[in-house]
Design a protein around this ligand. Structure first.
Ligand code: UD1
Length: 432
């Protein structure tokens, strides 16, 4: 039975919370353990359904995995190149990051294509073209991908036409155990790329330049076990800052790397928030009423992250004035807009542009989470809204946010996770 969040809004968020480990680092790092002949200890692995989906794939591949609170121990010594079935690939769209790791280790990989998802088509052409550059033969048939390179991968030069995060990760993974040196141009520069490189280097890889546009990877024969701590989740951190901003609150986030939320801080400041930055923590004090901000355009890092587009849109929905948002990364990432509109937001979408005319208050309503970040934008709207907001389909949020209720309740929010009763589901059907 599914569950929903029930939020009684307008409590001011006040207090201090630590930030969970980054989902988008933990997933590729866990996939990377397939390349390692030995045991890896991955610390600060968040407790999320996407992490569990990754662990399920690792076990399917013969890796031994043990989870102890936020530590994940993976022994890839006995890994095999089992084809990954559709059921496991579809649990999580980013499972394509296993491609480079399996191909790198075994010279052969077979899996189902992850397909499209809630935020639009998720093409993998850049990933597959890169594998071909390493010398692999790639066959795509009936939704299946078979990559083979019987003579082993050969180091190469690759220029990405777009700095795709997933393609950069797959290339780094495949290149680690390829013969010779690989140079990647126009690589993604997200902090999660550097984190993956740090993990791989700790396991004996030779990667230089991660975090810059040009990455060089010298192939090695084998990788050994190591311990690594996942970086804090910058998207989750920025999301909680937005929550405090929208409720006129004051919060301190600990265990974060402030530079990683650098692209979001000017927007919070433009909205009238006071933001204080220390080595590993950030404090935000919100004004009585937020102000609209300058135009926001989602861009690859170090630009404004697409994953913050929906949460920041919720914030601007209650700011004084008009904010224009342009989504340049994903084609279909405004599914939260009609839901925000049900709560009284005034947002007009034309193509990739959204014009948000701030309103003084939102009102609680029954809404449905359309996807991971869009769902969190509804949580933010619910925290700021007058009255009760019920958000269904919260499984999307449980892919990326650990213990939302516990975290927000610790800051003074009135939020509960409630099992949907069958009657609720029937009545939602009647309204649909
Ligand atoms: C990762 C993040 C996701 C974030 C996104 C952009 C993870 C697990 N997920 O996703 O949260 O929103 O980066 O910062 O880390 N593209 C192609 N062909 C390809 C690959 C990508 O056309 O082969 C396009 C995509 O459709 C999209 C854009 O490139 O429009 C960006 O995608 P990409 O950077 O690859 O995102 P992901 O790695 O899927």
């Amino acid at each position: 039975m599914s569950a929903k969040f029930v939020i009684n809004g307008q409590n001011r968020l006040v207090g201090e919370i630590p930030v969970q480990g980054a989902k988008n680092s933990a997933l590729p790092i866990l996939a990377a353990t397939v390349l390692v002949d030995g045991c890896c200890e991955i610390r600060d692995c968040p407790d999320l359904t996407d992490v569990q989906a990754t662990v399920n794939i690792l076990r399917h591949l013969g890796c031994r995995v043990r989870r102890e609170e936020h530590c994940c121990f993976v022994d890839g010594s006995g890994a095999v190149d089992n084809p990954i079935p559709e059921r496991l690939m579809h649990e999580m769209r980013s499972s394509i990051i296993f491609l480079g790791a399996i191909l790198g280790r075994f010279g052969k990989a077979e899996m189902f294509a992850p397909g499209g998802c809630e935020i639009g088509l998720r093409p993998i052409d850049l990933h597959l073209d890169a594998m071909r550059k390493f010398g692999a033969e790639v066959l795509e048939e009936h939704g299946k991908i078979v990559c083979e390179c019987p003579k082993g991968l050969k180091g190469t030069q690759i220029t990405l036409s777009f700095p795709s995060v997933g393609a950069t990760e797959n290339i780094m993974l495949a290149a680690c155990r390829a013969e010779g040196t690989t140079t990647l141009f126009n690589a993604a520069r997200e902090p999660e790329i550097s984190d993956l490189a740090d993990f791989l280097n700790a396991a004996g890889a030779r990667i230089q330049g991660a975090g810059c546009g040009e990455i060089t990877i010298e192939g090695v024969r084998r990788l050994h076990g190591c311990a690594h701590t996942v970086i804090p989740d910058r998207i989750v951190a920025a999301g909680y800052l937005a929550a405090a901003a929208m409720t006129g609150g004051c919060i301190r986030l600990t265990d974060i790397i402030p530079a990683h939320i650098g692209p979001v801080l000017p927007i919070l400041r433009d909205a009238g928030c006071e933001v204080e930055i220390h080595a590993r923590d950030v404090t935000l004090r919100a004004p009585k009423r937020l102000l609209a901000v300058k135009n926001i355009r989602t861009m690859p890092y170090p630009g404004f992250p697409t994953d913050m587009q929906a949460p920041i849109m919720a914030m601007t929905a209650v700011a004084r004035g008009t904010t224009v948002i342009v989504e340049t990364i994903f084609e279909s990432r405004y599914k939260h807009v009609p839901e925000l509109a049900r709560m009284g937001a005034n947002i007009r979408v034309e193509g990739r542009t959204a014009v948000v005319q701030g309103v003084p208050t939102l009102t609680g309503a029954r809404v449905t989470a359309p996807d991971l970040r869009g769902g969190f934008s509804l949580v933010l709207a619910g925290l700021a809204a007058r009255g009760i907001t019920e958000i269904s389909d919260i499984r999307h949020m449980e892919r990326g946010y650990e213990d939302i209720c516990k975290t927000l309740s610790a800051l003074g929010a009135d939020i509960q996770r409630v099992k949907d009763s069958e009657r609720d589901e029937e009545s939602r059907g009647a309204f649909a």
